[in-house]
Write a new protein. Structure first.
Length: 242
């Protein structure tokens, strides 16, 4: 965790002034959301705390919801960077999957208390804060790409049914969303129960993926693929139920 934080600070110092201002506003908003709650925090208060004009704050973020979208984008980029570094030299699919999910838990740790503040709003399917919304699509797409890389860099990927291989990154992202939900309500020290949950459930997911290669379960795999294509994947990829 220390390495992740130090690398993030170093990157922020190297960023252009405009990006530094954007980061300052975003981090100030995250702090105020945690301290005061999302609903009670205004853009004016965020601007005042950040030491910028209200107009400047709106220049970078046109609403409070766009601040959360910016947070999603930042988290996804950080998650992708950390995961990529940790996956170097790792080929076992189960280990790669656990590495990617645990990297998210590490990157999200500083924002744990804040996450609980806006969960009720984010859980609304009509809210732009929903992880399934159109506004969240860029961050969601980057997160799905992480799991595409997890699969492609493993020894399992090339052996899977072609359609399942194409759908699997989206389904693994849904697995991450299950972990995120558990994490939001986890009050253990250092979210250790979430980490234990990841260590327990990820091997089960990896085992199910490996078993899908065998002919005896191929009819079940085909039914699952059809189900996911009709009901789940369109929602993940577009943010809009078809």
């Amino acid at each position: 965790m220390k390495d992740v934080k130090e690398e993030k600070k170093a990157d922020e110092k190297k960023a252009p002034k405009s990006e530094q201002t954007r980061t300052l506003i975003l981090e100030t908003a995250m702090r105020l959301f945690e301290e005061r709650g999302y609903d009670k925090t205004t853009m004016r208060a965020i601007a005042q705390e950040a030491g910028v004009s209200v107009g400047n704050a709106y220049y970078y973020f046109d609403s409070k919801a766009s601040l959360i979208t910016g947070f999603y984008d930042r988290m996804s980029h950080e998650h992708a960077t950390v995961t990529r570094e940790r996956l170097e030299g790792v080929e076992d699919f189960g280990e790669r999957l656990e590495t990617a999910v645990m990297a998210w838990v590490d990157c999200a740790e500083p924002y744990h208390q804040f996450a609980a503040q806006f969960f009720s709003t984010a859980a609304d399917p009509e809210s732009p804060l929903s992880p399934f919304s159109d506004e969240s699509h860029p961050a969601r797409a980057e997160a799905v790409q992480i799991f595409r890389d997890v699969l492609q860099g493993s020894q399992v990927g090339p052996k899977l049914d072609a359609e399942l291989r194409a759908l699997l990154p989206d389904l693994l992202w849904l697995h991450l969303m299950g972990v995120v939900l558990y994490w939001v309500f986890d009050r253990s020290e250092g979210t250790e129960r979430t980490r234990a949950f990841v260590r327990k459930c990820t091997p089960m997911v990896a085992r199910a993926v490996r078993l899908s290669r065998f002919k005896v379960v191929r009819p079940l795999v085909r039914d699952a693929v059809d189900l996911m294509q009709e009901f789940v994947v369109p929602k993940v990829r577009s943010g809009v139920a078809k």
